[in-house]
Ligand binder design. Structure first.
Ligand code: ZN
Length: 170
């Protein structure tokens, strides 16, 4: 059985990217005890990811790269913003314990949507937060093997997610 529309697909793969210094870094690893299971063609994945595994059968291996433009996007400079330091004061005192470079801060926009910003700089005036996806601007290198391919049940197609092993439990 080949990977195509409305098949439940189980993959074991490693996702590598490159960091600021062009070093290869492991981002995610899935295997038989922690597999990646999804319904092909439901639009929940990066389209280019599905294109690269489309037509493969159980046991077939794959290795492909996705450029940032087709992955999590390029780095948007407008998504890097300075927030006045006053926002991070409690009773006039800066909450230094939450302002660590590299850590994520849960923030909300004007409409109340939650978004996480990564702290990239802190000065006496402002905190610089980066709201880009952590993998924005990074190439994605996937390599792995197809573990299982089966038909999705009508119920799974109706719900838009996988039931049973590796999937959703009701
Ligand atoms: Zn369900």
């Amino acid at each position: 059985m080949k990977i195509e529309q409305n098949k439940v697909v189980t993959l074991a793969y490693e996702l590598h990217s490159t960091d600021e210094r062009k070093q290869k870094v492991l981002i995610e690893k899935t295997d038989s005890t922690n597999p990646f299971v999804f319904i092909f063609g439901t639009g929940n994945l990066i389209p280019s990811f599905e294109e690269n595994v489309s037509g493969l059968s159980v046991g077939e291996k794959f290795a492909f790269s996705i450029e940032p433009e087709e992955g999590y996007g390029t780095v948007d400079k407008d998504a890097i913003v300075d927030i006045p330091i006053d926002v991070f004061k409690q009773d006039g005192i800066i909450m230094m314990d939450i302002l660590k470079i590299g850590s994520m801060l849960p923030m909300s926009d004007n409409e109340g949507n939650r978004m996480d910003g990564k702290i990239i700089a802190v000065t006496g005036e402002a905190v610089t937060l980066d709201f880009n996806h952590p993998l924005a601007g990074r190439p994605l290198h996937f390599s792995g093997e197809v573990v299982d391919v089966r038909d999705a049940s009508p119920e799974e197609l109706d719900h838009g997610h996988v039931h049973g092993a590796g999937g959703h439990h009701h």
